[in-house]
Design a protein around this ligand. Structure first.
Ligand code: FAD
Length: 463
């Protein structure tokens, strides 16, 4: 057992090894607690591994290095390839039964959000997260066909839209990519630095025409179309070199109402409703004008954010896990991190949320890391009022997790397994797609490789 001494300690279980979970694990392990990490993916990193655009090698490499260092600590116990949820490898009830002092959900926002329009299940309609998982080769997505056709409509104007466009423009080299926004150019949400990946492909003439088309509606809302266009164009500097003939464009004040399909239920376009801007507090909202037109395209990607996965088994409502309503609303108020059961009107004692599991699709890695740090502070205050557990009890609980998984024939991957997998992937060298490095495409291949390598060294692939 990897205990750091004989003194009493607390057992902490963290679900999810993305930026938020790893941040909590870092602080909790540094404080001397025994930390169990249960992660759905074989590999750690979450969206840092399977979301961030593959060519961000420095960011990804830095995060990987940090996470390896954390996982290397003797009081951290990694269980990859283990899903928590109703009818899954472990349930929330199982986790409570293991007797941890705190259970922290850092499982991200795994549910998909659709805008619920007619035809959104047609062939050629995709959710951005699935596309991102595809080009980042998350097992289950890497080998799945994503047929984009020649003209792609991406719904949304945030960083995820830019990542999808990046892939379509530079790697798929489709003919046309159009970002569709319900509101106007002033409400675009992407980071100006991110647009550099695709700005060489922006069709300037078409963008000017688009601004002329919407100018009267922008002016009615008190916005200056000329200034807005100037501002947008000013961001199109330091563009990455042109690599394809793809034309990238924008459609503003455009609300998708229906996905139009052909006789084979394949996407042939979008029905779009014109909108206008109406002030809403300090912001603007889009209001439909009941004027419709058809926008031809071969595929549609919804990049409108995500929601949490309600099948995890925590109290859930309207896309989020419920937190204690007795909150001041000011971050990092303890109540905002406490899971809450509306039916009983009570917090789930010792159960906490952090990262995108707490606030779906909110912020970059730095925000998730800070959220993990805040959560660790909240949990530390909670633990201060509880007696630590005797070390043998903690060791017994970790053994119980292992035997439970073994009895259920779950192939949990530990740190040694991760190292074996890493070595096996490195042996394959690089790949020539946007990933630039070799990744096994399925869990089966990963597990087989781990098993093979560990047989060579005479140990088991499972923890
Ligand atoms: C397309 C895209 C591009 C991005 N690009 C950038 C970027 O360039 N720079 C940047 O700073 N940020 C970027 N981000 C944001 C960043 O990825 C997130 O802020 C961050 O990953 C959120 O961390 P998290 O730990 O809350 O969730 P996640 O990263 O989603 O991690 C969740 C973890 O929980 C595990 N898990 C999920 N469900 C279960 C379950 N039921 N049981 C057990 N384990 C489970 C998963 O395996 C995963 O390891 C991007 C996000 C997206 C979607």
């Amino acid at each position: 057992m990897g205990s750091t001494g004989i003194s009493p300690t607390h057992l902490i279980i963290i679900i999810g090894a993305g930026p938020a979970g790893m941040s909590v694990a870092n602080l909790m392990s540094k404080a001397g607690h025994e930390v169990v990490i249960v992660n759905r993916d074989v590999k750690f990193g979450g969206l840092a591994e399977y979301g961030i655009f593959p060519n961000k090698l420095k960011l990804r490499g830095g995060l990987r290095k940090t996470y390896w260092e954390i996982l290397d600590r003797p009081n951290i116990h990694y269980f990859g390839n283990v899903t928590v949820g109703l009818g899954k490898d472990l349930t929330v009830e199982d986790l409570k039964r293991f007797g941890a002092s705190a259970v922290i959900f850092a499982s991200g926002a795994q549910g998909t959000k659709s805008i619920g329009v007619e035809g959104d299940s047609a062939l050629g309609v995709y959710h951005a997260k699935d596309v991102v998982f595809h080009f980042n080769r998350l097992p289950g997505y890497g080998d799945k066909p994503f047929e984009m056709g020649r003209r792609v409509a991406v719904i949304g104007v945030g960083d995820v839209m830019v990542d999808i466009a990046h892939w379509l423009v530079r790697y798929k080299q489709v003919e046309q990519v159009t970002a569709i926004a319900r509101r106007g150019p002033a409400e675009r949400k992407y980071n100006p630095k991110e647009i550099r990946a695709v700005c060489a492909n922006i069709d300037q003439a078409a963008l000017t025409l688009e601004f002329e088309r919407i100018a009267p509606r922008l002016q009615t809302a008190g916005q200056d179309p000329g200034e807005l266009l100037k501002g947008m164009n000013a961001e199109f500097t330091k563009c990455e070199p042109l690599k394809s003939k793809t034309k990238m464009g924008f459609r503003f004040l455009a609300s998708p109402r229906r996905v139009l399909t052909d006789a084979q239920n394949r996407v042939r376009g979008l029905e779009i409703e014109e909108t206008k801007l109406e002030p809403k507090g300090t912001d603007f909202s889009a209001v439909g004008l009941k004027q419709y037109y058809e926008f031809p395209c071969d595929s549609v990607v919804f990049a409108v954010g995500d929601r949490v996965d309600e099948t995890v088994g925590l109290p859930y409502k309207n896309g989020v896990f419920l937190t204690n309503p007795a909150s001041t609303g000011n971050e990092p108020d303890d109540a905002l991190f406490q899971a809450y059961d509306e039916a009983s009107g009570k917090v789930l004692d010792g159960v906490f949320l952090t990262g995108w599991a707490r606030k779906a699709s909110e912020g970059l890695v730095g925000v998730a890391k800070r959220d993990g740090e805040w959560c660790a502070e909240v949990v530390t205050r909670y633990l201060a009022e509880r007696s630590p557990q005797p070390r043998p009890a903690v060791d017994k609980a970790i053994d119980l997790i292992k035997t439970t998984l073994k009895d259920r024939k779950v192939e949990a991957i530990d740190l040694a397994g991760l190292r074996a997998l890493d070595a096996a992937e490195r042996e394959h060298g690089s790949s020539n797609d946007c990933i630039g490095e070799f990744k096994f495409g399925s869990n089966q291949e990963m597990l087989a490789q781990i098993q093979r390598r560990r047989e060579r060294t005479g140990s088991s692939a499972r923890s």
